[in-house]
Design a protein around this ligand. Structure first.
Ligand SMILES: C[S@@+](CC[C@H](N)C(=O)[O-])C[C@H]1O[C@@H](n2cnc3c(N)ncnc32)[C@H](O)[C@@H]1O
Length: 391
């Protein structure tokens, strides 16, 4: 296969993501599946260049002064210290030209974020913002969460090593994948020993301070990343109700729970406001892992930062405050509620919690966790607030 064909596939993927508003990760996955003949290096180059160019889109446009994908690809190569092939499409792209253009670029273009998002984040994080912005433009690590119902992270590490997957222990239950083939094809995965989960995401469930026997609701459970973790922390004893508005996500959750050997999670689709109202005062712990902009996980979904708008942010914050107000009713007196997002924007985090506390004197803020890429985590950005319900 010629190198030119690989480049054309990269550019075609980027053009389709832009024109058809398709999620990049899905299209990248499909393209890889359609090219089983690509070797490891080719697959790596395809994935790294697609994600890298998506993430650096605004910077690359500034570097070449246009949105020509060939020119942007050439700039991406040069900025990464690679030589350009002798193709007509890239003949006028030089390091000197790129450097001159970037010297005149605005800070938001240089960091490669939409202007409004850059201004918002800069106002919140000041001098720390460039480090956060750069960290969120890098490729994410792969982390696993050991299913402690099966055994310890050290045991899992040994099992994976036998399957030629090298990992590093990161805290109690997390493993960083250093190298190896497709982890989902390992026997350890099929036997339910782990789930793929960012190291920051793994810090949310422990904030609920659960123990065996409690009644817990994960009210925006999606396909259950955190429900499964809660069940493991409860040693599979007690009750976890996983709810979402999307049935297909709950179906995936059921399959994951089965693989993990978990039998205390019940799933329930939220059909209307009554589904939640009926559960008033019923739970010792409530997790609200609300829908959000995903501004903490741009490493994984770099296309999301270009699709996000101020209007979209406003709509999400309205939904978040409604969920927090209505779903908090499920928390018993003396119980705990965790409000969490994978966002770094204060409107979705601290501001939501402050507004809620101002209207709900029976809840108190017990703890806050803020994970900022490039500042205090190698993983994604997360926010969580632990609220306690008093009389
Ligand atoms: C951040 S995701 C949850 C991720 C999940 N907790 C995990 O760890 O894998 C937010 C979820 O909220 C769901 N959602 C959106 N609107 C909702 C609503 N009004 N009530 C409950 N869930 C909702 C979405 O379908 C999505 O699965």
């Amino acid at each position: 296969m010629s190198n030119r064909y690989l480049i054309e596939q990269i550019l075609s993927t980027l053009a389709t993501v832009e024109s058809d508003q398709i999620y990049a990760d899905k299209l990248i996955e499909t393209t890889l599946r359609n090219h089983p003949e690509w070797n490891g290096a080719e697959r790596g180059e395809y994935v790294t260049t697609c994600y890298g160019m998506l993430s650096q889109k605004r910077k690359l446009e500034a570097a070449v002064g246009s949105n020509s994908l060939w020119a942007m690809w050439a700039a991406f190569q040069l900025l990464n210290g690679k030589a350009l092939p002798d193709y007509d499409e890239v003949e006028d792209i030089t390091v000197e030209r790129i450097e001159a253009n970037l010297a005149d670029a605005s800070e938001s273009a240089f960091l490669s974020y939409p202007e409004w998002l850059h201004e918002k984040a800069k106002a919140e994080y000041g001098e720390k913002w460039p480090a956060i912005a750069k960290a969120m433009n890098s490729r994410p690590n792969t982390y696993l969460r050991c299913n402690t119902l099966k055994g310890s992270a050290a045991e899992l590490q040994q099992k994976l090593e036998l399957e030629r997957t090298q990992t590093t222990l990161e805290g109690d239950d997390a493993l960083l994948v250093d190298s190896g083939a497709n982890i989902f094809k390992t026997k350890a995965f099929q036997d339910g020993w782990f789930e793929m989960q960012d190291v920051g995401s793994q810090r949310i469930a422990p904030l609920l301070d659960v123990r065996p026997g409690l009644r817990v609701v994960d009210a925006c459970s999606g396909s259950g990343g955190k429900s499964l973790h809660l069940a493991a922390l409860m040693n599979n004893k007690g009750y976890v109700l996983a709810m979402d508005i999307h049935e297909h996500k709950l179906q995936t959750l059921k399959k994951r729970a089965k693989r993990a050997g978990i039998h205390m999670i019940e799933t329930r689709v939220i059909k209307n406001s009554k589904t939640v109202k009926r559960l008033k005062d019923k739970f010792d712990r409530v997790l609200l892992d609300v829908p959000c902009t995903g501004s903490g996980v741009f490493k994984r979904n770099p296309d999301a930062k270009w699709n996000l708008s101020e209007q979209g942010l406003l709509e999400l914050t309205q939904l978040q405050s409604e969920i927090l107000q209505r779903y908090s009713q499920m928390c018993k007196v003396g119980g705990k509620l965790v409000y969490a997002t994978c966002s770094i924007l204060p409107e979705e985090n601290r501001a939501q919690v402050e507004a809620f506390l101002a209207n709900n004197a029976n809840f108190k803020l017990a703890e806050e966790m803020k994970l900022l890429p490039g500042v205090n985590t190698e993983g994604d950005g997360f926010y969580a607030a632990v609220l306690e319900r008093a009389e």
